[in-house]
Structure formats: C-alpha cells, structure tokens
Design a binder for this molecule. Structure first.
Ligand code: PLP
Length: 358
C-alpha cells in the first residue's frame, strides 16, 4: 500500500515504524493476551508503559528532577483555561500575541482575571515573532505566556527570553523538534498530535514548586496538583495515546534524539524555503525570514487560480494537507518530526515543476 505524502497540520504523520510496531502488538501486548487498550490502567503492565513514556521524555528533553511530566486530557485548548485558573490569582496574565492560538489562550485568561498584551505582531498579520526588546511585561504579571510555534502563520521563536517572571509556553506544534532548555520555563504544554503521537494526550512539563503556587479550592480535575500527586493516574488516562507516545519517543531516541531530529528538521525546512526564496516571487513566504518556522512552511502563489490549481494537482500526486489556513490563505506544508525527508524532497520537486510550467 502507498502511504500518502502527509503534510497535515495535526493530527498528522506518525513514523511508519511506530505504526507497524503498534500493529504487531495490537491484539497481544507483550504476551499479556490483550491490547494496551484493554488493560487496566492500574496494572503493572500499563504502569510500565506510562512511566516509560515519562522517562523517555525526561531523557530526550533533559527535564530535571524538580519538574513534573504530566499526561492530561482536554487538548492544549484546556490548558488555555487551566493555566490562568491555577496561576492568575490577583495578578496579570501577560500574553505575547503571535497568532490565533495565542489569541485563544488570551481569551480564556480574560474570562478568569486580569490580562495584558506583552507584545503583538497582529498589525502585520502575525508574520513575525516580536523581538525580545519589544516585550513589555506588566509589573504585576503572574506569568508570561508565549506560543513557541505558530502553526497557522508559520512562525517560530528561535530564542527564548530568560526572564525573572514565570514563563509559560504552548509548544503544541514544535515540542521536541529541537533540544530545549526546560529550565527557562515554569510550565510547558503541548497537545501530542503533531510531534509526539496521536491526539488524546496533552503533555505538561512543569516545575514542581511552581505547581504548588496554584490557587486553592480548584475543581479537582483542573488542579495541576491532582495530577502531579497521582502520577497522572488520578483518573483513567488516555492509555492507548500514552502507549503511542512512548513508541514515538523511542523512535526519536533511536534516531539520535532532539539534536539529530533538529538537523533533519532544518534540512527539510531549508528544502522548501530555498524554493520559495529562489522563485522570483512566484512563491511568497508569509513569515519574515528570521521568524520562519521549521515545522509549518506557509506560502502563497501569485493568484487564487494558481493556488487552486497547485492544490488540485498536488492532491492528484498524493500530497495531503497542503491547503493553508483561511486566515493566511495560500498553502501550508506542515513538516513535523515524523514527516520523512523524502516526502519533503518530493514536495520540493513538485513545487519546482509547477512553477516551471505555470
Ligand atoms: C499552537 C497550538 N496550540 C493549541 C492548539 C489546540 O490544540 P488542541 O486541539 O489539542 O486543543 C493547536 C492545534 O492545532 C496549536 O497548533
């Protein structure tokens, strides 16, 4: 069977080896006589999977012992609520606005308390990440929130601020795309369905001491401490998604870890940005060069007719998910960790061919 060239924004491609392993273990996981999906989440077999996923993430992202690794549900979207609910108090949630997801995060915080906009690039349709010098943090900031990669606009932070304030990041669309200094952040969250596995599990990495500063009397499930104290087993976790996460993390480790993955990611991104930059404006990149994402490459074509033709022809050739989000228009190639280099090479060839005959 042919696999498609999957450039979906998420959920998206998983490593073929991971899918094959899951397939081979689907009905009988490690001689247990059952699937991971059928196991008690209180069983030793499941607990090993759960802890293994945490350990691998710790190893791959160099997460220190004073940080928790939590597996939650509700997607990154629920984190938009949980963060202010736990940490806003009487302070100000200071948000750096770099796209639609930052906006959604801010909107939830506004319902729960005071907020401020630390910086924004909205006036140029979010085509860049504000420079560190532009960021104005409210002096009563309870935390500063950033979105490390802007899935829709195709921009990415390439340097994170070192700050005294509590820095919180939505890393849904670029976690583990490169090595990371976790200690710059008090809390990081990411829906798994782009770089880490299937949808259904949200990873939270947070400093334990910071979690303890959360507001009192929160609804049990919305209090990070509930999950921290119970090793994310307070209630039934998304066990199959966590199992898949563990396989994806093993795959990353097998391929040399975050540094090696970053190299390939840069190579993939450069293949496409090079076409854009040498197309005499036929392909027009949305993001400013120094803010370009190595995960989501966004570009437009000279007109609507050519864009439609590009998308239709690409579909015929087996490319999936290249249509851009409606707020940017044009096209977007999401090239997360598991998108093979060969798929990006095929896309590059297609872009060059299309331009030549247009
Ligand atoms: C940067 C970012 N944050 C948050 C979300 C929302 O994630 P979820 O669907 O897991 O709630 C997405 C989804 O694409 C995203 O790209």
């Amino acid at each position: 069977m042919e696999r498609s060239y999957n450039f979906n924004a998420g959920p998206t491609a998983l490593p073929l080896d991971v899918l094959k392993q899951a397939q081979s273990e689907l009905v009988n996981f490690k001689n247990s006589g059952m699937s991971v999906m059928e196991m008690s989440h209180r069983s030793k077999e499941y607990e090993d999977v759960h802890n293994h996923a945490q350990e691998l993430l710790r190893e791959l992202l160099n997460i220190p012992d004073n940080y928790d690794v939590l597996f939650l549900q509700g997607g990154a979207s629920l984190q938009f609520t949980m963060v202010p609910m736990n940490f806003l108090g009487n302070g100000v949630g200071s948000y750096v606005m770099t796209g639609s997801w930052s906006k959604k995060a801010l909107k939830e915080a506004q319902k729960l308390g005071k907020t401020s906009i630390a910086a924004t690039s909205e006036n140029t349709n979010f085509d860049r990440i504000p420079s560190l010098g532009e960021i104005k943090i409210d002096k009563h900031a309870a935390y500063v929130h950033i979105t490390s990669n802007n899935t829709i606009y195709g921009t990415q932070w390439h340097e994170f601020p070192q700050m005294n304030q509590n820095l919180i990041a939505d890393m849904s669309s670029d976690i583990l795309c490169r090595p990371l200094d976790v200690t710059k952040f008090k809390l990081i969250y990411a829906g798994a369905q782009k770089n880490l596995g299937p949808s259904g599990v949200t990873v939270v990495i947070a400093e334990k001491e910071f979690l303890e500063t959360g507001q009192p009397n929160l609804p049990t499930m919305l209090d990070y401490r509930t999950h921290s104290k119970n090793n994310s087993l307070f209630n039934t976790p998304p066990s199959f998604a966590i199992y898949m996460l563990s396989l994806v993390l093993e795959w990353v480790k097998h391929h040399g870890g975050a540094e090696a993955i970053e190299k390939v990611n840069n190579e993939k991104a450069n293949l496409l940005y090079d076409v854009i930059d040498h197309s005499n404006g036929f392909y027009n990149g949305h993001a400013q060069k120094d803010s370009r994402s190595i995960m989501n490459v966004t570009f437009t074509l000279p007109n609507e007719k050519l864009t439609k033709q590009f998308l239709a022809e690409s579909k015929e050739k087996g490319f999936v998910g290249l249509n851009g989000h409606r707020s940017v228009g044009g096209c977007r190639a999401s090239i997360y960790n598991a998108v093979p280099l060969q798929s990006v090479e095929r896309l590059r060839e297609f872009m060059l061919e299309f331009m030549k005959k247009a």
